[in-house]
Design a protein around this ligand. Structure first.
Ligand code: AMP
Length: 398
């Protein structure tokens, strides 16, 4: 299938060409016709699948071709984090470059001047508003937001928003919006709470489902079974082999992230860290340095595992095994974006083998376990179902 078949407005086709998109991704193939046809949509698709363009393109097309009342907000996109809001806004800028459509990202954590600018845009009306929940409510409560003619509502990373406790905020925002609208919900996972939310806010939705493990298919996955103390030396060794490449290393806690960054810097490596202790400006500075390749290694906690679109990451290293399989898929999805291929390494500590076995079950395949280079000493055996003290876990049924 090609983008021509959707019949998009010429100005939008120019944006698509400028982005270098040649063929639609599977989620785009499925979601775009449904959204163009005016249907509500519930889509399970994670970052890396092209989901942003899957909702932006049809909505922008309809704004360009259907009559609408000027001086209003026509589309509201609610997202869990500032980084995702900014990223979608950039995506919007690029795709709508050859059109007259306007957008603004509205998110917390910025000083008063930004609030004033947001207030002005929301009062004047901006075609597409991308917001985090708390900040949007702050504006809505002051009664100047021109949302009375809103046509499209999109919830992106809905599962993440529920995890972060935004259910009440989302419902509150919706209470300010017209009932007669088209609603689209994108979520990486589909737990019960997401289904319940969908039942409440969607009308007879089209379901779009991209298999969870799909995004991970083009990633070369390798695991090392190690003792905890072998992890940092092994990472340093792997970094030495990947000179000049850009590497994202995930840690389970910010303490571990800080410790690792300190150690890498001590060894003279260009490393930076990103986690929830940093404020907005600091996070942006580090992300920019990594994007510009001034930093070769970015050490991150889960803050970054979903949503953030950094192109050209050559390798993702999991310093710890995520306890949720879906987090693993999100993390390794940071490499091998749309058309490229990437490598994901996971260092499995002794206490983490059972979690990795669960991940393999979700993937539906075993991940290759590389041999630890001899100079690191002996490695533990791969025995995920053996409990310490000789007791055995029951092997999960496939
Ligand atoms: P997303 O899943 O929306 O975060 O998109 C992941 C990456 O894929 C972004 O860098 C997009 O610019 C890119 N992308 C989206 N759609 C396509 C497409 N049809 N062809 C090539 N790249 C795409």
């Amino acid at each position: 299938m090609t983008f021509d078949e959707f019949g998009f407005a010429p100005a939008l086709m120019e944006g698509i060409a400028a982005m270098g998109y040649e063929i639609p991704t599977p989620v785009q193939e499925q979601a775009i016709p449904a959204i163009l046809g005016g249907r509500d949509v519930i889509a399970s698709a994670q970052t890396g699948t092209g989901k942003t363009a899957a909702f932006l393109l049809p909505v922008l097309h309809r704004m360009l071709t259907e009559p609408h009342v000027a001086g209003n907000i026509h589309c509201l996109i609610i997202v869990p984090t500032r980084e995702l809001a900014q990223q979608i806004d950039q995506h919007m800028d690029a795709l709508s470059y050859f059109t007259h459509l306007s957008s603004i990202a509205v998110y917390g954590g910025t000083a008063g001047a930004a609030f004033g600018r947001e207030m002005e845009s929301l009062t004047r009306g901006t075609d597409v508003v991308i917001c985090t929940p708390g900040r949007m409510i702050a504006h809505l409560m002051m009664d100047y937001v021109k949302a009375g003619n809103l046509r499209y509502l999109i919830l992106d990373e809905a599962d993440r928003m529920l995890d972060m406790g935004f259910y009440g905020d989302i419902m509150k925002i919706i209470s300010y919006l017209p009932e007669d609208r088209q609603t689209m919900m994108f979520s990486a996972t589909m737990p019960r709470e997401i289904r319940d939310l969908a039942d409440k806010i969607l009308k007879n939705p089209v379901e779009v489902s991209i298999a969870i493990a799909k995004a991970a298919e083009r990633v070369l996955q390798i695991a090392y079974v190690v003792y905890e103390r072998q992890k940092i030396p092994l990472l340093v060794h792997l970094l030495g082999e990947q000179k000049g490449k850009s590497i994202l290393a995930f840690c389970s806690t910010k303490e571990k992230a800080k410790n690792l960054t300190r150690e890498l810097k001590r060894l003279g490596l260009q490393a930076g860290e990103i986690h929830s202790d940093l404020d907005q400006q600091e996070r942006e500075k580090v992300l920019l340095a990594f994007k510009n390749r001034a930093l070769k290694v970015l050490v991150a906690t889960n803050v970054l595992s979903r949503g953030i679109d950094i192109e050209d990451i050559d390798m993702v290293v999991n310093m710890d095994v995520p306890h949720e399989g879906e987090d693993y898929i999100h993390r390794i999805g940071r490499t091998a974006r749309a058309q490229s291929e990437g490598v994901a390494m996971t260092l499995i500590g002794e206490q983490e083998q059972q979690y990795f076995a669960k991940i393999e079950k979700l993937l539906g395949k075993a991940v290759y376990k590389a041999a630890l280079p001899l100079r690191f000493g002996e490695a533990p055996a791969w025995e995920p179902f053996k409990k310490h003290g000789g007791q055995h876990f029951r092997k999960p049924r496939r």
